[in-house]
Design a protein around this ligand. Structure first.
Ligand SMILES: Nc1ncnc2c1ncn2[C@@H]1O[C@H](COP(=O)(O)OP(=O)(O)OP(=O)(O)O)[C@@H](O)[C@H]1O
Ligand SMILES: [Mg+2]
Length: 249
């Protein structure tokens, strides 16, 4: 498996005349799960746009595995915030879309995806159309599409944002268990502080736009994480530490 660290140094970027990132720096160790939380519209998704080359970088640098990223090639597998599935492709075909677009023949792409269907809770639904899947299943298909890219760093933008609270909890639990097995290098954007504490080793709290890292909070809760831990005083302390930074001016 491909896995590497990520270092963002002094990143400054804009959309047209809107300054979105301002001297943004953070570091993710290989195999570490990190989360970004911050106010709506502050520049979280824009960070991924800058990493993947969708917007240009005015200043600063990005390194993956200690090597500067220049042409935004194969470093990142990105699950966009609106990670919509194509309605005319089945669950399996949606999962293989990314690797097919990068040149894997369809038959080989299916062979690569099929062994994951069980772990992603999609067994028996390979040939279902997106409208026949639950919201959680659709997100798992989009996540599988991202994982199959086998890139050194996974960028997940609000993967559970559109789900109801109960489904969201079970998806967080599922993702934690899956991550324990694979130990991908992950950057997860979320507006859910509890989700960030539950899943991450390290949380970056963003300022208002233009975004910079206001605080880095290390989550030293033991692994594997289990949902019962949410009730513990240590968990509550981490959560309130992050909330305090978010709401401080
Ligand atoms: N494609 C785009 N073109 C122009 N401006 C954009 C584009 N995408 C985002 N922006 C602007 O950049 C700013 C930051 O947006 P961004 O999507 O990064 O916020 P965010 O932190 O991800 O917010 P949310 O939590 O609501 O998803 C916003 O003011 C937004 O209007
Ligand atoms: Mg966003």
């Amino acid at each position: 498996m491909n896995r590497a660290g990520l270092e963002v140094k002094g990143l400054t970027a804009h959309w047209d005349d809107l300054h979105v990132l301002d001297d943004l720096s953070f570091k993710v160790e290989p195999g570490q799960f990190t989360a970004i939380v911050g106010p709506s519209g502050c520049g979280k998704s824009s960070t991924f746009a800058a990493l993947t080359g969708e917007i240009g970088i005015d200043k600063g640098s990005v390194e993956v595995g200690g090597v500067p990223v220049v042409n935004h090639g194969n470093e990142f597998a990105w699950m966009p915030q609106s990670g919509a599935l194509l309605p005319w492709r089945t669950a399996l075909q949606n999962a293989t879309l990314g690797i097919e677009l990068t040149g894997t023949p369809p038959a080989e792409a299916s062979d690569r995806a099929k062994p994951y269907m069980d772990a992603f809770g999609l067994s028996g639904f390979e040939d279902s159309w997106p409208h026949q899947l639950s919201g959680g299943m659709r997100q798992r298909v989009a996540l599988l599409r991202t994982v199959l890219m086998d890139r050194p760093v996974l960028l997940l933008d609000e993967p559970f944002g559109a789900l109801d609270a109960l489904t969201r909890r079970s998806m967080q639990d599922w993702l934690e268990r899956l991550w324990e097995q694979h130990r991908w290098t992950v950057v997860l954007i979320t507006h859910d502080v509890r989700e960030a504490v539950f899943l991450a080793d390290r949380v970056f709290v963003y300022s208002d736009r233009p975004a910079a890292v206001k605080a880095t909070v290390e989550i030293d809760l033991p692994r594997p994480r289990r949902l019962e831990m949410i009730q513990t005083p240590e968990f509550a302390r981490m959560e309130s530490e992050i909330l305090n930074v978010l709401f401080s001016t």
